[in-house]
Design a protein around this ligand. Structure first.
Ligand code: OGA
Ligand code: MN
Length: 199
C-alpha cells in the first residue's frame, strides 16, 4: 500500500488526496454492498451529533448512512483491514495514538448536501483524522456533489470519483458537500483516539 504520499501530503499541506487509492474491482464491490444495504432498508437518515442528542436535520445534511462492522461482508472487511494499515502508518508518522477506525456508507440522493462543518463533536474530541473514499464510477462535473474544503489558501473542491481517498485532520479542516444531482456514494470514516470516558 502506497501510504507514503498520504503521509507526505498530510504533513506538507494538511490534507491528502489520492486518486487511485483502491482498485476498481474493490470500489465496484463496495458499490454493490452499499446498494445491497439500500435494498434491504439498512440505510437511515444521518443525524447531527452523537448518542441521545442525535437529531436529523435535513437542512444541514441529507445523506443516508449505514455503519460498517466486522463480519458483514468480505469487501467491507477488506476495506476495514486496509484502513487499519493506514491507521498504523499514521501513528508511526505522526504519533497520533489512533486506536480505531469507524466508518459508514453514505448515500446522498439527488438534491442532498452537507453544510460546512468540522468533524468534531463539542462533547467528544476523539475523532482525529477523517478519511473519505468515493464510489462514483460515472461521475461528471455537471453532477455536482464535490467535497469543498475551506483551506487558508481558499476553497478546494474534490470530485467524488470512484477510488479517490481524501484524508484530513478532523478538527481543523472546515468542509462541506455541495448539492448533488445524482445518487452520490461514499465511505466516510474517522480514525479515533481513545474516547474520553464521561464517568
Ligand atoms: C461527513 C462529510 C464528506 C464527503 O460525512 O462528515 O463531510 O465528501 N463527508 O462525503
Ligand atoms: Mn465531515
Amino acid at each position: 500500500m502506497p501510504f507514503t504520499s498520504i503521509i507526505d501530503e498530510l504533513s506538507n499541506r494538511g490534507f491528502a488526496l489520492q486518486k487511485d487509492f483502491l482498485r476498481e474491482d474493490m470500489t465496484h464491490d463496495l458499490v454493490l454492498e452499499c446498494r445491497r444495504r439500500e435494498r434491504e432498508g439498512s440505510l437511515t437518515p444521518a443525524g447531527i451529533g452523537r448518542g441521545e442528542g442525535v437529531a436529523v436535520m435535513e437542512g444541514i445534511r441529507g445523506d443516508q448512512i449505514d455503519w460498517l462492522d466486522p463480519g458483514q461482508a468480505a469487501i467491507s472487511d477488506r476495506y476495514l483491514a486496509t484502513m487499519d494499515e493506514l491507521r498504523q502508518a499514521l501513528n508511526q508518522a505522526f504519533f497520533l495514538g489512533l486506536e480505531e477506525f469507524e466508518c459508514h456508507f453514505a448515500l446522498y440522493p439527488p438534491g442532498a448536501f452537507y453544510k460546512p462543518h468540522l468533524d468534531r463533536f463539542r462533547d467528544d474530541d476523539s475523532r482525529t483524522v477523517t478519511a473519505v473514499l468515493y464510489l462514483n464510477h460515472d461521475w461528471q462535473p455537471e453532477h455536482g456533489g464535490e467535497m469543498r474544503m475551506h483551506l487558508a489558501q481558499g476553497p478546494l473542491d474534490v470530485a467524488p470519483l470512484a477510488g479517490s481517498l481524501v484524508v484530513f485532520m478532523s478538527g481543523e479542516v472546515l468542509h462541506e458537500v455541495l448539492p448533488t444531482s445524482v445518487d452520490r456514494l461514499a465511505l466516510t470514516g474517522w480514525f479515533r483516539r481513545r474516547a474520553i470516558q464521561p464517568f
